[in-house]
Design a protein around this ligand. Structure first.
Ligand code: HPA
Length: 274
């Protein structure tokens, strides 16, 4: 099915459940789903598996529910859990939810993830404001015929992460009593974690943190003309930089530990982004 028709199908399904017109879309990564729960309580929750063509995540910590409702009195749509390239989805499937949320009316995308810290200045448990990214996934979600209904053939990526939203995130952190450090996020295909040699390479290429998501969604969001804010939770020191071995359990434990701070930071941005 053509993407435009598929997005329209998903949209009309969602519209049967709610008339809410979200302005802000949020994608919550591993273990960061708690924020959605308070929105869901007074809003509308739709399992991904019931939405026509919506990809369904298979990873623990990604619950797979689309939540529409109000956060800080702003209409929002929240993806509680996301799909990853390493799960085997095609690039078009990965960015389908972004296109649906754009079609629902969201002009802003706040995307979150967990990432391994490469730069010395990052400690486990830090939040990193994404200033730019390196797409090292070996794919681009816009490959193939251009879906001109969504955007142009050659979207500009020179200001992918919106300066105004980054300033708001810094202000939100300051109000909460901490300083938000910025950095470059490198996206690797996964699912194996990197080798220490790969981490040394990424550091030399200019990466401050590494993960396995976010970049496809950001490319699709920029294609659709959305403003983007990205925040990484540094869940571990990247491979070879700490004595411990890497595990998804450690990733989830760290995100749980910083969930309250993370939620407060995002709520602050949503509240101030008028
Ligand atoms: N590497 C890649 N992805 C990740 C990491 C990491 O160290 N931590 C959390 N997601």
């Amino acid at each position: 099915m053509r993407t435009v028709a598929a997005v329209a199908g998903a949209l009309s399904y969602i519209r049967k459940h709610t008339r809410e017109k979200p302005q802000i879309a949020l994608i919550l990564g591993s273990g960061l789903g708690a924020l959605a729960e308070r929105v869901a309580a007074a809003g509308c929750s739709i399992p991904y598996k019931s939405i026509p063509r919506f990809p369904v995540s298979t990873i623990p910590g990604h619950s797979g529910v689309l939540v529409l409702g109000r956060l800080e009195d702003r209409p929002v749509v929240i993806m509680q859990g996301r799909c990853h390239y390493y799960e085997g989805y095609g690039p078009g499937d990965l960015v389908f939810p972004v296109r649906v949320m754009s079609a629902l009316g969201a002009g802003t995308l706040i995307v979150t993830n967990s990432a391994g810290g490469i730069a010395d200045r990052f400690r486990t448990g830090d939040l990193m404001l994404i200033s730019d990214h390196l797409n090292l996934m070996g794919m681009n979600p816009l490959r193939g015929p251009n879906a001109a209904d969504f955007g142009e053939r050659f979207p500009d990526m020179s200001a992918a992460y919106d300066a105004g939203l980054r300033a708001l995130a810094k202000r939100s952190a300051r109000l909460l009593g901490f300083r938000l450090k910025s950095g470059v996020y490198a996206a690797m295909p996964g699912p194996s974690y990197e080798t220490p040699a790969e981490i040394r390479m990424l550091g030399r290429l200019g990466a401050d943190a590494v993960g396995m998501s976010t970049v496809p969604e950001v490319i699709a969001a920029r294609h659709a003309g959305m403003r983007v804010l990205g925040i990484s939770c540094i869940t571990n020191r990247a491979a070879g930089l700490a004595k411990t071995v890497l595990s998804h359990t450690e990733v989830l434990e760290t995100t749980r530990r910083v969930a309250a701070r993370f939620s407060a930071l995002v709520r602050g941005v949503v509240r101030m982004s008028r």
